[in-house]
Ligand binder design. Structure first.
Ligand code: ZN
Length: 260
């Protein structure tokens, strides 16, 4: 891989991404600076700093059958892994956390063939994971089995289908039944994990909305604790005038722990 020569102000993602250089080996990687739950948005692929690119280079990400973008940020330091920690969803232009979540210090990685059909600079993967695919040169050169178990973009599925139906037409067979297409997501683990995450997120939204509604529906909202106790921890006589009786105090104690 060519060394990266940043032309943008660094760090570009100071709250979440740190670059770690291994100068002896002329390599670099990036690590998470915070914890993130599964499928959290890690970063948006916004324009700018992203720009459209005419051709694929080591610095681009493929976003469609014939479209690419230049990242122009520290996201370029995210290496490939065959068991990646991030997903680049180029349809929604979101970089999201993978199904295992991220812990501070974890290496940031994504599965390059999930965006790239053909890579001008193939490389031997050294990710060392149990499912390592070996040489990575884009989805075009991978078997259906090698593309199983990871999240793949729609344009890659489309290109696989185009290739398979062209092969099927040449062979006089039906392209949809030759079994070589990547799974449609009906029963694979990635689709299951995404469905579970949606169910959990929806239950958080529903219970949070209900709790807010219950809270606001009380006869009168409690005075914030800060209005009752001043900075020295002594009850503020002026704030006391704003108190609304025992029920509000009881609720304040219930919600935040009354230290009086
Ligand atoms: Zn690998």
């Amino acid at each position: 891989m060519e060394p990266i020569k940043p032309h943008w102000a660094q760090p570009s993602h100071p709250d979440r991404l740190e670059i770690v250089a291994n100068e002896a080996a002329f390599t670099s990687k990036s690590i998470a600076l915070a914890d993130f739950p599964p499928f959290a948005v890690f970063s948006k692929l916004t324009f700018p700093p992203c720009t459209t690119a005419e051709v694929a280079t080591y610095a681009t990400v493929q976003t469609g059958v014939s479209s690419h973008l230049d990242l122009n940020s520290d996201l370029l330091y995210i290496n490939h892994s065959c068991e990646p920690s991030l997903i680049f969803d180029t349809s929604s232009l979101n970089v999201i956390v993978g199904p295992r979540g991220l812990k501070k210090g974890d290496e940031l990685s994504f599965f390059y063939p999930s965006t790239e059909w053909h890579m001008a600079q193939p490389f031997k993967c050294l990710c060392g994971t149990p499912s390592c695919r070996g040489t990575i040169s884009g989805a075009r050169d991978m078997s259906p089995a090698q593309l199983e178990g990871v999240w793949i973009n729609a344009h890659i599925r489309e290109l696989i289908e185009q290739r398979d139906s062209a092969v099927a037409a040449a062979n006089g067979t039906n392209g949809t039944t030759n079994g070589s297409s990547v799974t449609n997501g009906a029963s694979d683990a990635t689709a299951e994990a995404l469905r579970d995450a949606i169910t959990q997120a929806e239950s958080v939204v529903a219970s949070t909305r209900a709790a807010l509604k219950t809270y606001l529906a009380r006869g009168q909202a409690p005075a914030p604790k800060a209005a009752i106790v001043n900075g020295s921890g002594v009850e503020d006589p002026k704030a006391g005038l704003q108190r609304r009786g025992a029920s509000a105090r009881a609720l304040a104690g219930e919600m935040g722990g009354d230290t009086n």
